[in-house]
Design a protein around this ligand. Structure first.
Ligand code: PLP
Length: 427
């Protein structure tokens, strides 16, 4: 095992990893909400491996679906060809999405799902002969790491080296600490002074920007005003989709519909990478008629049949009675955890939406805050995987987690705080 880790250290460039000395775990297999390491440890994956896993690791039904599909058709060009798994998946999604969502464009991941929505929105207006060249986004947004997605994401540590390559965007203050009237007037001002194509938001929970939670009323109001102002609305549900907010999709909490929906992560239950940009007949119609109006964009692995097979199996589990109950229970257990964590010295702004629980440790200092990583180390040493966003600690567990898993994670975080938090410290 030491050889494997030394090899990794020498050759692998891990994502979002800035500590050269960061210890790396060699994972041999997964089961339910646990990751098993070469050292024989069983680690509770309290963040669903970057929010992708819904039904636990190596779920037998999903594993079987991939294996069967791999033996039948592993991949086929998706231009001029189609296949049953893609059709079955979209038919399944249509049973849980609003009927207005009738057009589905596949890609590979969350960033590409966003990139496609941005490009479609711009090209929609281009095809109509209207010049629109910018977007409105929340100041602390995170929509991915490709250039378009980065452009509509928070400017700061992640984007500083690329600042000059990013396109200009109008910003709204973050909705968790700004009142609705201010947000509306910022949106109006942006649309009146810029040629805005769309408002893009992470609905209800802004994930990477610090698990900022905001009300369905604010979301509904912004979507309504955006439409009144004649711009598109993009809901990036890459994180919030597939039940994280308590409903299957965050937009199910409101009556307004976006023009574009970006899906990924939980789409395949966390088994294989896939992205989907979902839109309406009206948008699709603007791309018809002439070759020059078509959407000339695509990825090699578009609608990969194995990824579609995992998504079908995951969707079947997600909409089944067992998972519906699991999600309801998980939300209750997280609420009980919230009450415990609220009483923990050093933790504040403990908050929950659906199956996502978040809190701040000390004075938040953004992604490079120092206390979060100390708690990360402590939790990992006690077999609980969390991955704080700076000083924002959060739990986004797989739906198959048990009450005991949540209680243990809570106890470990509390013990970590007791061991490392000094009153008066500012992180
Ligand atoms: C809301 C949101 N959009 C987009 C992305 C990018 O997804 P991916 O990492 O699959 O490119 C993420 C990733 O965390 C996300 O949280």
């Amino acid at each position: 095992m030491q050889d494997a880790l030394a090899f990794d250290h020498r050759h692998i460039w891990h994502p979002f990893t800035y500590r050269a000395d960061q210890p790396t775990q060699l994972v041999t297999h997964g089961s339910g909400p646990y990751l098993h390491t070469a050292e024989g440890r069983r680690i509770f994956d309290a963040i669903s491996s970057w929010w992708v896993n819904l039904h636990g690791h190596a779920h037998p039904e999903i594993a079987q679906a991939v294996a069967a599909q791999a033996a039948r058709l592993e991949q086929v060009i998706f231009a001029g060809f189609t296949h049953e798994p893609a059709l079955e998946l979209i038919a399944g999604l249509q049973t849980i999405l609003h009927p207005n969502f009738s057009r589905f464009f596949f890609s590979d991941n969350g960033s590409t799902a966003v990139e496609v929505a941005l490009k479609m929105s711009l090209q929609y207006f281009h095809n109509l002969g209207e010049a629109r060249d910018t977007f409105v986004a929340f100041r602390s947004a995170y929509h991915g790491d490709t250039f378009g997605a980065m452009s509509v994401s928070a400017r700061g540590t992640f984007t500083a080296p690329f600042q000059r390559q990013l396109f200009q965007v109008s910003w709204l203050d973050d909705p968790d600490n700004t009142d609705a009237e201010t947000l509306v007037s910022q949106l109006q001002e942006a649309v009146q002074t810029q040629r805005v194509a769309a408002l893009i938001v992470e609905p209800l929970i802004m994930g990477s920007g610090g698990m900022r939670m905001y009300s369905a009323d604010k979301l509904a109001l912004l979507a309504e005003v955006a439409h009144m102002l004649g711009i598109h609305v993009i809901f990036d549900e890459v994180f919030t989709g597939f039940g994280r907010t308590g409903e299957l999709f965050a937009h199910h909490h409101i009556r307004q519909l976006p023009d574009f929906l970006c899906l990924s992560k939980g789409l395949t239950g966390g088994f294989l990478p896939m992205g989907l940009t979902v839109t309406t007949e009206e948008i699709h119609a603007a791309f018809q008629g002439e070759k020059s109006r078509s959407f000339l964009h695509g990825h090699s692995f578009t609608a990969n049949p194995m990824a579609c097979a995992t998504a079908i199996a995951s969707l079947r589990l997600l909409t089944g009675e067992a998972c519906t109950l699991q999600r309801r229970q998980l939300a209750q257990w997280l609420e009980a955890a919230k009450e415990m964590l609220e009483k923990t010295p050093g933790l504040h702004r403990v908050r929950r939406t659906g199956c996502v629980l978040a809190m701040e440790v000390g004075e938040s200092t953004g992604y490079l805050g120092n206390t979060g990583p100390v708690i990360y180390d402590w939790c990992l040493a006690h077999d609980v995987l969390i991955r704080p966003l700076g000083n924002t600690i959060y739990l986004v567990p797989p739906y198959v987690s048990s009450e005991a898993d949540i209680q243990r994670a809570t106890a470990v975080i509390r013990a970590g705080m007791a061991a490392s938090w000094q009153p008066g410290t500012t992180a």
